[in-house]
Design a protein. Structure first.
Length: 54
């Protein structure tokens, strides 16, 4: 994929420090800032914030 792709693949890394990641796509036009989502971390078995990693 090119670096100017409108919907690049991004990694969401757990803020709990477990190292668990989700992989998703985001639209750069709608979400120019770093993405933060609250998702389930199976390592600690809780919902935590996942932040976009570049």
């Amino acid at each position: 994929m090119s670096s100017t792709d409108i919907r690049p693949v991004v990694k969401l890394r757990s803020t709990a420090g477990t190292g668990y990641t989700y992989v998703t796509r985001k639209n750069r036009r709608n979400d120019p800032d770093r993405l933060v989502m609250r998702k389930y971390d199976p390592v600690i078995r809780r919902h935590v914030d996942f932040r976009e990693e570049r």
